[in-house]
Design a protein around this ligand. Structure first.
Ligand SMILES: Nc1nc2c(ncn2[C@@H]2O[C@H](COP(=O)(O)OP(=O)(O)OP(=O)(O)O)[C@@H](O)[C@H]2O)c(=O)[nH]1
Length: 616
């Protein structure tokens, strides 16, 4: 690939609410490049969303991991190199958005012309604005009969102060106006600055793991030049490496002879451990140190869950798979955990529940893992007289009803939430929020000056405990607004709360994997619901089994599982010997799949059933 000086390079991202059409637009450009044959790309074909590489992304139609791709565009008689750094659109991945934007000078704010501004449009706009990026507003899907470009342009003006004459109107589906976006990128986004004669300064904004070459780092070159054979060092770890390959993402890797100032691309340098690749690190030439770029805050886990192998003999294999997977997803935190009910496992920290779901699915799809994942928990702060302890595992939560426990206070994480919804659903949304312990509820209209016409949209803001939204909040939000509501949240710190640990007992023995942290106002309801659920899924035993929910020493709910008859063959009269044997065999087989809790045999399926249902 030829070399491009800074002035013809543009580094940009597309920022948008989920489903507003980022991948479709990027894809149109990618397929156009293959059609014109400007660049040989290992594209998977026209209209296949080449940027959404992961299987889970294709299945769910969401972008999980930011990808980069380079394109060549002719403008003003010169070839321009446009580097697209894709960003995920889901609230869980705001951290990835911020990271991707650090390598850009501009961003396309893509808004669906039939839906208008949504919750994530607002949050990503602010992230881009804070980073000082040039923003190009684009209304897309104008081919849809329901699109209202004029009204949405007015909305962009009232929400973001954008001049309507700057807004591009396109359809990524039909291709209308798509070229005008490329032109605007060239004309409006400033080229990256950088000096080829200055010492090498490369900013690492992402890393991937390759089985054969080790860690592949994605970098944006601030100054200097980087090529094969160069010896580089990390400002953060001070470790030294030799560059074995450099190139650009196209979106597949294409080797180049060098990467120059303003370019975004990948480097391979025999980095064996992903722990050596620090996102936000600055790389320089060995012996020529530079001032590091301001790095990133590490991502913060918001949701924790225990992951256990279904067959306890598979723990080592599972741990290995988890470690391999975290090489491509650095935002997951890992800690070993052991449970009397489920054996040895890992406690993983995720950015949110979608992130957790995606990780679980990737473990199953890519590593063939057979796992049990416990109910998600948020990180709580337990304040003692002399110290504060973070607790992300319900089994470690103290008994707050015990006055001798020396706990002064328990605090839970809070989020500042915003919901955008057509005004006729406001009542439903408010009651949903109140049912989830919302406070500081407020609202305003998004279509400024709009009269009370039916489709006027409002933005509702409130604070919510994070624990309330990690279960079924999002599903309820969608179903109670007929799919119209969009939701976003940001960290709102911690707040004191009246929380308690709920323990479930089978035949008087606590099952640690089922422990929960609940708000005291909901403890009876939650206790009854879970006890009923357990009663439904636990098979009858040879003896009567009480199933109880307890908070502290107090039993708050109970069901009793009646005993069954001992002899499984007793009901078979006059049967063949073989039939009897088969029954006994079956019984032995299902015994092997049981987890024994005290004297109670609990089948794996029961755990799956209990833990897979999201509701508290
Ligand atoms: N009619 C029409 N449909 C479009 C257009 N652009 C995208 N779509 C459709 O909108 C849906 C969402 O598009 P995507 O490109 O997957 O959206 P996205 O923003 O990449 O989604 P995430 O990556 O999950 O954030 C798909 O069904 C697309 O076919 C358009 O210009 N016109």
């Amino acid at each position: 690939m030829e070399e491009f000086p800074c002035e013809v390079i543009r580094n940009f991202s597309i920022i948008a609410h989920i489903d507003h059409g980022k991948s479709t637009l990027a894809d149109r450009w990618a397929s156009k490049q293959t059609l014109t044959g400007t660049i040989q790309m290992k594209s998977t074909g026209i209209n296949q969303q080449v940027l959404d590489k992961l299987k889970v992304e294709r299945e769910r139609g969401i972008t999980v991991k930011a990808q980069t791709a380079s394109m060549i565009h002719m403008a003003h008689g010169k070839q321009h190199l446009l580097n697209l750094i894709d960003t995920p659109g889901h609230v869980d991945f705001a951290w990835e958005v911020s990271r991707s934007l650090a390598a850009c000078q501009g961003a396309l704010l893509l808004v669906d012309a039939s839906q208008g501004v949504q919750a994530q449009s607002i949050s990503v706009f602010h992230i881009a604005k804070e980073r000082g990026l040039k923003i190009i507003p684009v209304l897309t899907k104008i081919d849809l009969p329901a699109s209202q470009p004029e009204r949405m342009a007015a909305q962009l003006q009232s929400t973001f102060g954008i001049d309507p004459s700057e807004i591009l109107h396109i359809s990524a589906k039909t291709g209308q106006g798509v070229d005008s976006v490329l032109r605007a990128i060239v004309d409006r986004i400033p080229p990256p600055s950088g000096n080829i004669n200055s010492p090498l300064k490369a900013f690492m904004f992402d890393s991937l793991y390759d089985r054969y070459r080790g860690v592949i780092s994605l970098v944006s070159i601030q100054d200097g030049i980087i090529q094969k054979g160069d010896r580089i060092a990390s400002c953060h770890t001070r470790k030294k490496y030799e560059i074995t390959e450099v190139g650009v993402m196209h979106p597949e890797e294409v080797t180049t002879s060098s990467l120059q100032p303003g370019q975004v691309g990948y480097i391979a340098c025999n980095m064996k451990e992903s722990s050596e690749a620090h996102i936000g690190d600055t790389l320089h030439r060995v012996g020529v140190p530079v001032d590091p770029m301001p790095g990133f805050q590490p991502s913060k886990a918001m949701v924790y869950a225990g992951v256990f192998p279904v067959d306890s003999n598979d723990f080592i294999k599972l741990e290995e798979s988890i470690k391999r997977l975290t090489l491509t997803d650095r935002s997951v935190t890992i800690q070993r955990e052991s449970s009397t009910a489920l054996g040895q496992g890992c406690r993983l920290g995720f950015l949110g529940t979608l992130h957790m779901d995606v990780f679980r699915q990737r473990l199953e799809d890519e590593y063939d893992a057979n796992i049990i994942i416990t109910a998600p928990t948020v990180p709580y702060k337990v304040v003692y007289k002399d110290k504060t302890v973070m607790v992300s595992n319900p089994t470690e939560f103290p008994d707050t009803s015990d006055t001798s426990s020396k706990v002064n206070q328990v605090q839970e994480p809070i989020v500042n939430a915003s919901i955008i919804v057509p005004e006729e659903y406001m009542g439903e949304m408010m009651s949903l929020c109140f049912a989830h312990r919302a406070e500081n509820l407020d609202h305003r209209y998004l279509d400024s000056g709009s009269t009370s016409e039916a489709s006027a949209r409002a933005i509702l803001t409130c604070t919510l405990p994070l624990s309330e939204i990690v279960t079924d909040f999002f599903d309820q939000l969608k179903s109670r607004s007929s799919g119209y509501a969009s939701f976003d949240y940001e960290d709102g710190g911690y707040k004191a709360s009246d929380l308690a640990k709920m323990v479930f007992l089978l035949n008087g023995k606590p099952v640690d994997a089922l422990a929960l942290i609940v708000h005291r106002s909901a403890q009876h309801e939650v206790g009854r619901k879970w006890v009923k659920k357990l009663h439904k899924v636990i098979p009858r035993q040879l003896f009567e089994v009480p199933i109880q929910a307890a908070v502290g020493k107090k039993i708050i709910a109970r069901e009793t599982l009646s005993a069954m008859r001992a002899d499984v063959t007793a009901g078979l009269y006059g049967g063949h010997y073989e039939r009897k044997m088969k029954h006994l065999e079956n019984q032995k087989e299902s015994k092997r799949k049981m987890k024994r809790i005290g004297s109670v045999d609990l089948p794996q399926d029961a755990f799956f059933e209990i833990l897979s249902t999201k509701g508290k």
